[in-house]
Design a protein around this ligand. Structure first.
Ligand code: GLC
Length: 561
């Protein structure tokens, strides 16, 4: 493995870790490409698209979970960590995918979901069988309170209580997500070592790292579970042993291995100071984290309470993370993934300025310092979907929220559906739109979730044939990260922080200074640019070149000053 400790902070040195110049592409296997006509994407489907990914130029593919699973949460409820779900294929298919990806210089990163298992995992089946099962303590079991109620009032991320009473032994078990996703007890060293052994087996198989699902929730505060005050979020976000567990994991799994790995921890609620600690190379925990601050700014009281985006809040938030991790640690850069609505609908204009706003956000994001993540379909400007009825939705989070809001809180179905349109995770999960043919070329069968009806217009084939191709724009950005030291490692400075529609910043190194200006608006920007560009070289833009014009709606430019 690259020796990270010598290069802190990462500078313009050739020896900065490989992932400082890399771009990651996330594949959500169910929705990417279906090779066998059962309506669900699979490993051989992904294999058939490796040339597409190689042309895009990405260095890494992060695969959302493909392990055997009852699929209550689309594979984030794992029944067996050691195998592949038959809907996705076999271990042989996986090995073939890995080999063919490696042949093209693409690394494969697996999703590691170890805050919880499925309730069908043999560990949980054993654990629930009796109070003296040898695996009882692998999960969080508690007796009911005197009145029979749950041990505390924690709620699940997917609505309802975080505790379910299990008839077999009359005790409650903890699940921060669905009741089919019981939380593992990381205080038990047997659990930790079973997880590390499983991770080593995947690395032995040839995989190139892990994206770690809600990894900052693995350490709980047992005293808050049992104590009189019974805290909520404080009880499970970033418990006191979290750094110890991640260091132990790193030691047990990666020490002594030759190879170029990538680890990224998904961490809801992580602060900049925490992130600097998690990603400080001398600590040997994770290479980077997914933080949530910038994707929470358009939410009111909760996720399904959308409020308009305040651009000033967004750019100052991202800038704080840039500055906060400049000396120590490293940022991940994302605006889209399988849990977030589509970027161009959420922060752009997906009707009149779809190409312009998709490429504006791409340029802004990819010119920050950090490792960019592209989510399938983002590179062709795919949009949110607005299904007419809740019947068409599949995501457990949206379905549970809808039921609770309508049935228990008496909210109007149309307004709850409106919130699902804006914020629901299925926006990101409708099938990848490859062609204008049937089912967007995703499947020859009936897809597990309907294709977005705009596929005849928005699809990879049409995008790539067009003079304004979002795909081609991403290719340029990815190439810039590979070839330009300032893009990869230069210092970041936000300009005009309080301007309501102009997003402007510089990236600087000893050899050059880059200026990024972006007009986040349907109206032209007629003011002065923050720096003089009269002698600057325009490196990339999303409009026909005419540097004399003020910025047109959703225009973004990259200059070398
Ligand atoms: C993460 C995943 C999400 C999943 C949840 C529970 O947030 O990204 O899709 O539902 O963890 O595993």
């Amino acid at each position: 493995m690259t020796d990270l400790s010598e290069h802190r902070p990462f500078s313009e040195s050739q020896a900065a870790p490989w992932w400082t110049r890399a771009v990651v592409y996330q594949v959500y296997p169910r929705s990417f490409a279906d090779s066998d006509g059962d309506g669900i994407g699979d490993l051989n489907g992904i294999r058939s698209k490796l040339d597409y990914l190689a042309e895009l130029g990405v260095d890494v593919v992060w695969l959302s979970p493909v392990y055997p699973s009852p699929q209550h949460d689309n594979g984030y409820d794992i029944r067996d960590y050691e195998d592949i779900d038959p809907v996705f294929g076999t271990l042989d298919d996986f090995d073939a995918l890995l080999a063919e990806a490696h042949d093209r210089g693409i690394r494969i990163v697996m999703d590691l979901v170890v805050n919880h298992t499925s309730d069908e995992h043999e560990w949980f089946r054993e654990s629930r069988s009796s109070t003296d099962s040898p695996k009882r303590d692998w999960y969080w079991w508690r007796k009911p309170r005197e009145d029979g109620s749950a041990p505390n009032g924690w709620t699940s991320a997917f609505s309802g209580p975080a505790w379910t009473l299990d008839e077999t032994t009359g005790e409650y078990y903890l699940h921060l997500f669905a009741k089919q996703q019981p939380d593992l007890n990381w205080e038990n060293p047997e659990v930790r070592h079973a997880v590390y052994a499983m991770m080593r087996r995947w690395l032995d198989r040839g995989v190139d790292g892990f994206r770690m699902d809600v990894i900052n929730l693995i350490a709980k505060r047992a005293e808050l579970i049992d104590g009189p005050e019974r805290g909520a979020g404080d009880g499970f976000v970033m418990g006191p042993q979290i750094h110890e567990y991640l260091r132990e994991m790193h030691r047990e799994v990666f020490d002594g291995r030759e190879g170029a790995y990538l680890t990224v921890g998904e961490m809801p609620g992580v602060s900049i100071d925490d992130a600097a600690l998690f990603t400080d190379p001398t600590q040997q925990e994770v290479d980077m984290v997914f933080q949530f601050e910038h994707v929470s700014l358009d939410q009111g009281a909760h996720k399904f309470d959308p409020i308009p985006l305040d651009l000033v809040a967004l750019k100052t938030s991202l800038a704080r993370w840039q500055v906060g991790l400049a000396e120590t640690g490293w940022n991940s850069l994302y605006l889209n993934n399988h849990d977030q609505p589509r970027l161009v609908s959420r922060f752009g204009n997906d009707t009149d300025y779809r190409y312009e706003s998709a490429t504006l956000w791409a340029l802004v994001l990819h010119l920050h310092r950090g490792t960019p993540y592209v989510y399938q379909g983002e590179e062709i400007g795919m949009t949110n979907v607005r299904f007419e009825s809740i019947e068409h939705y599949r995501d457990i989070e949206s379905l549970n929220h809808y039921r609770e809001a309508v049935e228990e809180f008496d909210q109007a179905p149309s307004s709850v559906l409106g919130a699902v349109h804006a914020m629901g995770r299925d926006n990101a999960r409708t099938p990848m739109q490859w062609t204008a043919g049937e089912q967007a070329g995703f499947t020859t069968g009936t897809p597990w979730i309907a294709v977005n009806p705009n596929y005849p217009e928005i699809n990879a084939e049409a995008d790539r044939a067009s003079g304004t191709s979002v795909f081609a724009f991403y290719q340029r950005l990815i190439e810039l990260r590979h070839t330009n030291d300032t893009v990869a490692l230069g210092d970041f400075e936000l300009l005009e922080p309080s301007h309501p529609t102009l997003y402007a910043f510089t990236r600087s190194s000893s050899s050059e200074r880059l200026l990024i200006v972006a007009n986040v608006s349907d109206d032209p920007f007629t003011g002065d640019l923050p720096l003089d560009v009269s002698t600057a070289e325009l490196l990339l833009g999303n409009y026909p070149v005419d540097a004399d014009l003020p910025l047109r709606p959703w225009e973004a430019r990259l200059y070398r000053l």
